[in-house]
Design a protein around this ligand. Structure first.
Ligand SMILES: [Ca+2]
Length: 156
């Protein structure tokens, strides 16, 4: 999301309980030229995630895998090395592409009101071959351009 008009920073905080991750928090800060900044925060606890995951009628990722997907979504290019594993985790049918349904499976715990049309809008920005799915190259572009963050934060 870095443009000429502002710069951005992402802070990641991981809370451990023993050797288990209990909570991840991301604070995304956009600095404007006038010195003001907008802060966006997303935090997910294991307990909250597992409670939500248990109530929805579709397969969801276990928390430890979910946070491996969440990290590049929130960190963007800073988490470049995490992109291939996030892609593999989202591609649940191992087709080599991520479709809307697979992307939607990632969403409920972080953004309960997401819907397929909004996801489609985001996907189309990087879907070069217009098949409504993301291959690894397109998914990498989505993360690098900060679109994954926009999805996670519910921004269009
Ligand atoms: Ca797939």
């Amino acid at each position: 999301m870095a443009t000429n008009d502002y710069q951005a920073r992402v802070d990641e905080t991981i809370k451990m309980h023993g050797n288990r991750i209990d909570e991840v928090e991301y604070v995304y800060i956009e600095f404007r030229k006038n010195g003001e900044h907008d802060d966006y925060r997303r935090a997910v606890t294991r307990a909250d995630y597992e409670r939500v995951a248990a109530t929805i009628q579709q397969p969801t990722l276990p928390f430890d895998k979910f946070i491996k997907v969440l990290r590049p979504f929130m960190m963007g290019a800073f988490a470049h090395d995490d992109i291939p594993e996030a892609f593999r985790l989202l591609d649940s049918d191992h087709s080599g592409t991520i479709d809307i349904g697979e992307l939607a499976a990632f969403m409920p715990a972080i953004l309960p009101n997401s819907n397929p049309y909004i996801l489609l809008h985001h996907i189309q920005q990087v879907d070069k071959n217009n098949d409504f799915k993301l291959n690894l190259e397109e998914f990498t572009a989505l993360i690098h351009r900060g679109i994954g963050r926009d999805i996670t934060l519910g921004r269009l």
